[in-house]
Design a binder for this molecule. Structure first.
Ligand code: FES
Length: 109
């Protein structure tokens, strides 16, 4: 199996800043990576980009991220509060751009 470590800073939903080195499978998306790092992820839709339980704000490193999918835009548009750099973690595929980024987890509505 092919594994890689992702070094990421996460502001958890309680406001605490955590630095995590998470070992991930090559196929993981950011939501699965966060789950692997023991961050709570309800993920009601199972990672289909429909529930927004994995809503997060990308605080640094966003320039290197792939653009949101149409499904991601559609779901984000339904939320009562979004931010300039709001993303759905399940729609962000694993990539080198995830290392050394900083994200903030948003409480699901
Ligand atoms: S887990 Fe449902 S939108 Fe990401």
């Amino acid at each position: 199996m092919n594994f890689k470590n992702i070094n990421i800073e996460v502001i958890d939903r309680d406001g605490s800043l955590k630095k995590s080195l998470i070992e991930v499978d090559i196929e993981d998306n950011l939501m699965e990576i966060l789950k692997a790092g023991n961050y709570e992820m309800r993920a009601t839709c199972g990672g289909m980009g429909l529930c927004a339980d994995c809503h997060c704000e990308i605080l640094s490193g966003m320039d290197h991220f792939p653009p949101p999918t149409d499904q991601e835009y559609e779901t984000l548009d339904t939320l009562p509060i979004i931010f300039n750099n709001s993303r759905l973690a399940c729609q962000i595929k694993k990539g080198d751009y995830l290392s050394n980024t900083k994200i903030r987890l948003i409480n699901p509505s």
